[in-house]
Design a protein around this ligand. Sequence first.
Ligand SMILES: [Zn+2]
Length: 141
Amino acid sequence: VADTFSALERSRIMALIRSGDTKPELLVRRLLFSLGYRYRLRPANLPGKPDIVLPSQKAAIFVHGCFWHLHGRCRGGRLPGSRIEYWGPKLIGNRERDRANRRRLARGGWRVLVIWECQAQDPKRLLAKVRTFLSERQHSA
Ligand SMILES: [Zn+2]
């Protein structure tokens, strides 16, 4: 991952990480705040109620639990071995709904970033990802 942060930003980020709670949503919210972005949480008028929305950037961020949203490339996102007849349709349904929501947002001109719970294990990388997503806005649409 390219290091896109300045020295000042990097020291702020290290402070965020050291501040204890590494839940991805909180980390992302603190980063956005420290960079001067203003955001809203789970607006009911948008498809899927994205966890964090930056209206001025037309950017929506979902923070997904690997199990509930069936993260494809991770251990936490595997279908459970037992009661598959119950969990299978439920979790696959969640994933389908997530996809539909992302499509609806994109059709409405929103850019969407999905952050997976497992990515909080590498907070620096997580924050770099958010940063890249926000700085790419002028190249999309
Ligand atoms: Zn995962």
